[in-house]
Design a binder for this molecule. Structure first.
Ligand SMILES: [Mg+2]
Length: 120
């Protein structure tokens, strides 16, 4: 089981993700509402995994990913993407994202990707 930081500007998305992960036995160390907040909380909480929504105000998930990977090259970052974000997904993989989860997703998809990345 992993200690996870959720970074998403949508309160509803954070709530759904938290529920899926906690019900599977993962621990949510914290939540952040934009990329900047996520970067700061990553340093503070040192999670095993960070989920990064791509589209967020102030600082998006891609920028946060780059900062987090610069801070911790071993960081396991999983991008949460919406339809039509293929280019950003490619950029994220190039910037070191471990994987991505496309919205809308099933709980089982999320758990599978997390387990795969943690045990890689
Ligand atoms: Mg968003």
């Amino acid at each position: 089981m992993a200690n996870i930081l959720i970074v998403d500007d949508s309160r509803t998305s954070r709530k759904i993700l938290r529920k899926i992960l906690e019900e599977a036995g993962h621990t949510i160390l914290g939540e952040a509402v934009n990329g900047e907040d996520g970067y700061l909380k990553y340093q503070e909480l040192k999670p095993d995994v960070v989920t990064l929504d791509i589209t967020m105000p102030k600082m998006d998930g891609l920028e946060a990913l780059r900062l987090i990977k610069k801070y911790d090259e071993k960081a396991i970052a999983i991008m949460i993407t919406a339809a039509g974000q293929k280019e950003k997904m490619i950029l994220a993989i190039k910037s070191g994202a471990a994987d991505f989860i496309s919205k809308p997703y099933e709980g089982s998809d999320v758990l599978w990707v997390i387990d795969k990345c943690v045990n890689a």
